[in-house]
Design a protein around this ligand. Structure first.
Ligand code: A2P
Length: 268
């Protein structure tokens, strides 16, 4: 049977776009990405998030989603978990090309280049779907204007959960526009916690032990040369933030750029 999801049974709420699904890709039982047509008047900064919902109720449920595509892209990409009985994702995971997804018109967020002062290295610390804002930022040339080297770290439970990031980085290296730019300046560092893999352990443990820095041939993080952005679960944010502070980095914000910024991963 055709899914009722996204069939426009309810009017588009004011302050929202009703956007057409262009593409859906499922990675695992719990992870998928989707792409939406981008309205001509929608502007955002790479790394920001928006509120996403479905036109399937009088009062739709909205959840925050980082835009995973860069600000110059003509489509909008999102990377999502599927939460069993999650008020939004149990329906959202069934969307198909041609369906309608709601997006509130205003974007916001702290994981933006404007919230950091320039530096030698930008560390992107992510776990799970927390990679999404970085998927946007690593495709934005501005990121490479501001930092010499960008290190995208991604920690997941299983190898299958790394695929989104791996596909993304592989495509980027072949990209005629940014491929040359990212060639020697983007490092993708993956780690897995619940399966055999070349690198194992939580990203926090790899920071704390110094293995992350040793593996890449960089000195320990410090306020002089290093900047960081953090996106993952609540516990991951708290622990990674504590490590940034312990390495002497100061937290920044849009109105007060500094050495690191934090954003929670947006899940049901
Ligand atoms: P672990 O398997 O040891 O829990 P989740 O899906 O729960 O968000 O986890 C995604 C990844 O983040 C997993 O590899 C998980 O490791 C790791 N993780 C969970 N909590 C933390 C934390 N406090 N700090 C760093 N990594 C974490």
């Amino acid at each position: 049977a055709a899914s009722a999801v996204g069939k426009n049974e309810f009017p588009i709420p004011t302050g929202c776009y009703g956007l057409t699904v262009q593409e859906v890709e499922h990675y695992t039982d719990t992870l998928f990405r989707f792409r939406l047509a981008r309205p001509a008047d929608f502007r955002f900064r790479s790394g920001e998030f928006v509120m996403i919902g479905l036109p399937n109720a009088e009062k739709p449920v909205f959840r925050a989603y980082s835009v995973a595509s860069p600000s110059w892209d003509e489509e909008l990409e999102f990377y999502s978990i599927k939460v069993p009985n999650g008020p939004l994702t149990e329906h959202l995971q069934k969307i198909q090309p041609g369906d309608t997804v709601l997006m509130r018109k205003k974007s916001t967020g702290t994981l933006v280049n404007d919230a950091l002062i320039p530096g030698k290295r930008l560390w992107m610390f992510s776990t799970g779907t927390g990679i999404a804002p970085f998927a946007s930022l690593i495709r934005d040339p501005e990121t490479y204007d501001k930092f010499d080297t960008v290190i995208l770290t991604h920690g997941c439970r299983t190898v299958a959960e790394l695929k989104y990031g791996e596909d993304l980085v592989a495509a980027l290296r072949d990209d005629p526009l940014v491929g040359e730019l990212v060639k020697d300046r983007l490092i993708h560092y993956t780690t897995v916690t619940r399966e055999e893999f070349v690198r194992q352990g939580r990203i926090t443990d790899l920071i704390e032990s110094g293995k992350l820095f040793d593996d890449l041939g960089f000195p320990r993080m410090g306020p002089e040369d290093d900047r960081a952005m953090i996106c993952g679960s609540m516990a991951m944010l708290k622990d990674t933030k504590a490590l940034c502070l312990r390495h002497g980095l100061e937290e920044g914000a849009n109105n007060k750029p500094a050495q690191f910024v934090v954003e929670r991963a947006f899940v049901d």
